[in-house]
Write a protein that binds this ligand. Sequence first.
Ligand SMILES: [Zn+2]
Length: 105
Amino acid sequence: MKKEMHCESCLMPIKTRDDLITVWAFFKVRPYHRSCYENSLKGAALFVGNQPINGFSGNFTAFVAFILAWIPLFTDVTWGLTVVCVFIVLMRLYSFIRFEKKLSL
Ligand SMILES: [Zn+2]
């Protein structure tokens, strides 16, 4: 049984993965339509404070974070970097498992 996913902005169901944008906002990963994200959230970026987690930019960010997370193992860089980077990677995985995996392409 597939549970429907609803956009946090307009509350309508999100049908395809292509139409889904996940955003970290107010300490939670939230699903939005691509159009709703562009219309309402981009302008409010100061309040929502984030880039989409999914899509190309999110994948790229998670990839870079994954690489950076190893740096403190080999250098004197603070472990805080690892903590932040691991968090970014986990958030990317969470978004995928919780939202993207459930939608068809
Ligand atoms: Zn919407």
